[in-house]
Write a protein that binds this ligand. Structure first.
Ligand SMILES: [Zn+2]
Length: 182
């Protein structure tokens, strides 16, 4: 996995670039949480679940089906009683994509096992054809030289593009505003 901060940074940056509606803090907290949720499966290691099993790391929680499930649950329940700036359908699509951003980033890492994108229908593990991101060590091993190397690669391949995307979206928005105000 890229480290969890990187997942959160990426999802929030993409979200910020495309969502211009006035949304609540809860919306952004949920964006960060959904983007790291798939890695809850590392808890399975403590229970002796094998890496390669359906419930192992990068298994079912890294699938499209899981992302859709999270999208639906968050859209239906997390905004109850609040004045949501987006329709339920838009929320479902948004939080599905946010959750899905996690396995897609994982699929761009150079190590570990691929992601079970089509679970539970297929147990196949997949990587994207382009895998520039150094895989992050799991747990405390993150605080090592190897961890630093990972961080550097994540900065180059995820943080920087995220920042550039935000900047481009902001510029586009400003230009559009200036254009229409004349
Ligand atoms: Zn992951």
């Amino acid at each position: 996995m890229p480290s969890i901060f990187t997942h959160a940074i990426f999802a929030t940056a993409v979200g910020k670039s495309f969502i211009h509606a006035l949304v609540s803090v809860r919306f952004w907290v949920l964006t960060a949480l959904c983007s790291i949720l798939p890695d809850a499966d590392v808890l399975g290691f403590a229970f002796g679940i094998r890496y390669g099993s359906l419930f192992g790391h990068r298994g079912i929680t890294h699938s499209i089906a899981f992302a859709v499930l999270v999208g639906v649950v968050v859209a239906l329940f997390a905004f109850r009683g609040t004045q949501a700036a987006l329709s339920t359908r838009a929320l479902i699509i948004y939080f599905t994509l946010v959750t899905l951003s996690h396995p897609l980033l994982d699929a761009m890492t150079d190590g570990g096992s691929g992601v079970a994108l089509f679970a539970p229908f297929s147990t196949g593990r997949y990587f994207l054809p382009w895998r520039p991101i150094r895989v992050s060590p799991i747990g405390m091993r993150f605080f090592s030289e190897r961890g630093l190397e990972t961080l550097e690669s994540e900065m180059v391949w995820v943080w920087l593009p995220s920042l550039l995307l935000c900047l481009a979206a902001w510029l586009y928005h400003k230009t559009k505003q200036a254009w229409f105000s004349h």
